[in-house]
Design a protein around this ligand. Structure first.
Ligand SMILES: Cc1cc2nc3c(=O)[nH]c(=O)nc-3n(C[C@H](O)[C@H](O)[C@H](O)COP(=O)(O)OP(=O)(O)OC[C@H]3O[C@@H](n4cnc5c(N)ncnc54)[C@H](O)[C@@H]3O)c2cc1C
Ligand code: SF4
Length: 465
């Protein structure tokens, strides 16, 4: 009975060893492990896993090819819907997407779809297997702002469909959060991110880095003098939030975005680079999402003791369960039901401690989670020389401020309909720039939807608004 076969576990680096290096935590499946795991799939006629995949990969079909040992055919099936499979196989929250809707998960453990996707894409990369067929040129060009997963998904669909696509990226390397946010130990940059971006480029997509749209050139310029027929905005949500408490301007206080960017993009963890970062001895990370886990685990690998400070309880932690589990295994401490009220200085402009108050949970708030309330008189200090704020991000207003007729909501997110069309004719948007901080696969789904809408718009099949 297929559903009685136990789930195959992928091997991982030992927690004590990996806490001191930036090498990838999980080793992934080998071929026999992948085939054993693939053999658990029931090949459902109406597969719940596909319904819950934002890019609709034909999951049972690729799994059947893995079971049969035809990994190249499995890779071809995935490539039809995703050009970032090695990325998604590593960082997608599968537990709430495909695996969360796998029939086997109803009574036992779902098929390990993410690890299978990762195995197939790693195999394809190691064997230099790429699928880059495209339609003849349509003679029309589309500009894309930003080079994160949303933009890359939009670009690859448009390029395959015969459009000339140019991506403009503000930073010096493409990839968005995949490059500057998610650490090397979860998502290797050269072997995985760069390789998959090269696959998108092999479709003819041009990527121009160091161009800040809204400053170097505007969206109006792209549609006007630069001659693009449409623009897709996938500029993400990279503006960090702070708490507004005393002491946030002290030396040793970082936003998680800055901390992670310095490590990932500027390689501060690698002593051969000339862009170092402050190494704390005791680091407090404020927040409970994936970003907080990444910042905490990075600080740990730089040699610091680390405490995560979160105002709700373990049950409300928004980070993926796997990330929390890895952080605990690696020795990160958690101070739950705790909220900072002040960052205390040492008199010389540097951080000495994080002053906090204990919290208790009250009635549910508008998010449906129980509202944390301060416990009077419970203030205490956590000794720290480094504080990292991981409280969420929002879109930067640069593009909306400099684009005629582009509407945003009160959080600064670009308003787009379900097809990705914005209030400005010919301008489409998706990913975190529209939804606010979300996930890689949702951003990719939005990019693909917008690519289909741009095609209709440029083929005259839909009205410009
Ligand atoms: C630390 C961290 C960890 C995360 N972990 C996970 C995870 O494990 N799983 C998961 O699914 N999601 C995770 N996420 C969320 C996920 O990475 C994002 O939802 C996703 O990257 C959004 O994609 P995007 O293409 O919309 O934007 P981004 O990836 O943010 O890319 C936007 C790009 O646009 C560029 N840009 C911005 N403004 C301009 C401009 N004016 N001109 C030119 N270029 C511009 C930026 O430099 C950036 O490269 C994480 C996020 C962070 C920060
Ligand atoms: S829902 Fe699960 S068992 Fe069914 S096809 Fe998808 S992966 Fe296989």
């Amino acid at each position: 009975m297929r559903n009685k076969i136990p789930r195959v576990r992928a091997k991982e680096q030992d927690a004590k060893i990996r806490a001191t290096n930036f090498k990838e935590v999980c080793f992934g499946f080998n071929i026999s492990e992948a085939q054993a795991e693939a053999s658990r799939c029931l090949q459902c006629k109406v597969p719940g896993c596909v319904q819950q995949c934002p890019v609709h990969i034909n999951i049972p079909a690729f799994i059947a090819k893995v079971e049969a040992g035809d990994i190249s055919a499995a890779a071809k099936i995935i490539a039809k819907d995703s050009f970032l499979p090695a990325v998604c196989g590593r960082v997608c929250p599968q537990e709430s997407q495909c695996e969360g809707n796998c029939i086997l998960g109803k009574k036992g453990e779902s098929v390990s779809i993410g690890k299978l996707e990762r195995f197939v894409s790693d195999y394809a990369r190691e064997h230099q297997i790429r699928f880059t067929e495209k339609a003849p040129s349509k003679g029309k060009s589309v500009a894309i702002v930003g080079s994160g997963p949303s933009s890359l998904a939009c670009a690859s669909d448009l390029a395959r469909n015969g459009y000339d696509v140019t991506i403009f990226e503000a930073l010096h390397r493409p990839g968005g959060v995949l490059e500057y946010g998610i650490p090397e130990f979860r998502l290797p940059k050269e072997s995985v991110v760069s390789y998959e971006i090269e696959t998108v480029k092999s479709l003819g997509v041009k990527i121009i880095t160091d161009v800040l749209i809204g400053r170097t050139i505007t969206v109006d310029d792209l549609l006007g003098k630069e001659g693009f027929s449409a623009v897709y905005i996938g500029s993400g949500a990279g503006l960090p939030k702070f708490m507004g408490i005393p002491g946030e301007n002290l030396n040793g206080v970082f936003s998680a975005n800055e901390y992670l960017t310095r490590n990932n993009l500027m390689k501060a963890f690698d002593s051969s680079y000339e862009t170092p970062i402050f190494h704390g001895h005791k680091t407090a990370v404020v927040g409970g999402g994936n970003v907080a886990m990444d910042a905490a685990r990075t600080a740990l690998r730089l040699g610091s003791k680390v405490t995560i400070v979160y105002r709700r309880s373990q049950a409300e932690l928004p980070a993926r369960a796997e990330e929390v589990h890895h952080a605990v295994e690696e020795g990160i401490a958690f101070d739950m039901l705790t909220n900072p009220v002040e960052i205390v200085g040492d008199g010389n402009g540097c951080v000495k401690a994080l002053r906090c108050i204990k919290m208790e949970l009250g009635e549910p708030d508008e998010s449906g989670r129980r509202r944390p309330l301060p416990v009077e008189g419970s203030e205490f200090e956590i000794a720290a020389d480094c504080v990292i704020m991981a409280l969420g991000t929002s879109p930067n207003s640069l593009i909306s401020d400099t684009t005629e007729g582009l509407d945003t909501d009160r959080k600064g997110c670009i308003i787009a309909d379900e097809t990705g069309a914005t209030s400005r004719p010919g301008v489409f948007a998706g990913g975190d720039a529209v939804s606010g901080a979300a996930t890689v696969i949702l951003a990719m789904g939005a990019g693909r939807t917008a690519a289909a809408s741009i095609d209709k718009y440029l083929s005259g099949e839909r009205s410009p608004l």
